[in-house]
Design a protein around this ligand. Structure first.
Ligand SMILES: [Zn+2]
Length: 249
């Protein structure tokens, strides 16, 4: 909740902590991170969370300027009738992007999520492809998980995107129902079955014809496919786009 503090209050609290001794150092850094999350180098006033060098190390997809189908489009070929897809970065293990996604998910960097969403939105604005997306549906996490984590990283990304694209976020359409562990050891088809059972439709999408589902990272695409299929089962003519911060290479 501290991370959400904004405006003058920020400055006042920051000043207070600056005057304090090393006792508060750990806390100030937790609340107002001034060092790069990746390399710990001190950030300038113009940098946020990650230094420019570390942002540079993340590999951009440039999907927004693709005229031909991207690897993300191809991942869903034969699985979904899709409108547009977008991912900002490529995901590779043991690379800075992995730490970045970990920070988004587990390190209470709630404001980082929104910031990353804004980055996505600004890039999407450069393309005509995403112009008619009417609303965003973040991939939900189980309420229990949301409670312990304090936020849903996909929802934070959606907040950032929504602010730039000026579209609403629909939080009450799909709910995560089952609470099962990691899917990493299952194969693609087992994962899909499993993913399909994990969501349920809470409300109908009455006034929208084109929505985008938002996720943090796409690997097999099973989660996005399951959510899209669920929406299509009720709204067969709904146009669906898929947006993620990163996609496995
Ligand atoms: Zn750095």
């Amino acid at each position: 909740m501290f991370i959400y503090a904004k405006g003058n209050m920020d400055k006042r609290i920051e000043k207070y902590f600056e005057k304090s001794t090393h006792y508060f150092d750990g806390i100030t850094h937790l609340i107002f991170p001034h060092t790069c999350l990746q390399c710990q180098v001190e950030l300038s006033r113009f940098e946020k969370y990650i230094c420019v060098f570390c942002w540079e190390k993340l590999q951009r997809t440039y999907f927004e300027s693709y005229a031909e189908p991207s690897s993300m489009d191809k991942l869903f070929w034969g699985r979904l009738p899709l409108n547009e897809t977008f991912s900002l970065y490529y995901f590779e293990k043991e690379k800075p992007i992995q730490e970045m996604l970990h920070a988004l998910k587990y390190d209470f960097k709630a404001s980082l999520g929104k910031y990353c969403g804004e980055k996505m939105g600004k890039v999407m604005l450069q393309s005509e492809k995403y112009k008619d997306i009417q609303a965003l549906i973040p991939v939900p996490i189980h309420p229990k998980k949301r409670f312990t984590r304090g936020y849903n990283q996909s929802e934070l990304l959606a907040e950032g995107i929504a602010q730039i694209l000026n579209v609403p976020i629909l939080l009450n359409v799909v709910q995560k129902t089952s609470h099962n562990g990691s899917q990493t050891r299952r194969n693609r088809f087992l994962r899909w079955d499993n993913a399909m059972e994990q969501f349920s439709l809470m409300n109908e999408l009455l006034s929208y014809t084109h929505v985008a589902i938002v996720d943090d990272v796409v690997t097999t695409g099973a989660t996005l496919e399951a959510m899209a299929q669920l929406l299509l089962s009720r709204h067969p003519n709904l146009r669906i786009s898929l947006l993620s911060f990163a996609i496995a290479k």
